[in-house]
Design a protein around this ligand. Structure first.
Ligand SMILES: NC(=O)c1ccc[n+]([C@@H]2O[C@H](COP(=O)([O-])OP(=O)(O)OC[C@H]3O[C@@H](n4cnc5c(N)ncnc54)[C@H](OP(=O)(O)O)[C@@H]3O)[C@@H](O)[C@H]2O)c1
Length: 149
């Protein structure tokens, strides 16, 4: 892949489903630092040990399944804490989860085939979560991974 970057065929490289141990082994073996690592991240699976490590390397962290992934969204979007914070800001639970990621410096890629949801998921920049609200969502972590790749 590095050869394709050098040849100008690829602009940047990224990894998916890589964690601290894997990165510590892998990075010394490559000359081009990956631009991004894409991992499962949502309030019930927060990767709080992994995110700061990847960010400290200057690598962007991107979260997949930000809303829990298909089959799990109802529980996350209906979570009492998230719903309360959403009500306080007059936005949806999905927007609260996406904004929580952005405030942690995590890029999010919610999936949707609903134009209203897609529009809603881009409206994240006219409100912000307080430190207390961030802490309440951080406290929801239960190490509950929804998929393995
Ligand atoms: N790298 C990896 O190993 C990996 C693994 C899994 C997934 N991914 C990627 O992660 C991305 C997201 O995955 P995903 O779509 O499965 O999970 P997701 O974003 O957590 O959840 C998508 C579900 O949330 C619903 N949704 C989206 N916006 C909503 C809103 N504003 N209000 C209510 N419901 C909303 C969608 O329904 P509607 O269609 O009705 O909006 C859909 O059912 C995809 O690009 C996927 O390719 C990567």
């Amino acid at each position: 892949m590095e050869k394709f970057v050098e040849a100008g065929k690829i602009r940047s490289l990224g990894l998916s489903n890589w964690y601290v141990k894997e990165l510590k082994e892998f990075l010394p073996q490559v000359s081009i630092t990956p631009a991004l690592v894409q991992n499962e991240i949502h309030p019930y699976y927060q990767e709080n040990d992994v995110i700061p490590y990847i960010q400290s390397l200057g690598i962007v962290v991107q979260g997949w399944y930000p809303l829990g992934g298909r089959g799990h969204t109802a529980e996350l979007l209906g979570d009492t804490v998230i719903s309360e914070i959403a009500k306080a800001h007059g936005v949806s639970s999905a927007q609260i989860i996406l904004r929580w990621n952005l405030q942690k410096g995590v890029v999010v890629i919610p999936g949707s085939s609903n134009p209203d949801h897609i529009r809603e998921n881009t409206r994240l920049y006219d409100f912000s979560l307080t430190d207390g609200e961030m802490a309440r969502i951080n406290a929801l972590d239960r190490g509950e991974k929804h998929d393995w790749y």
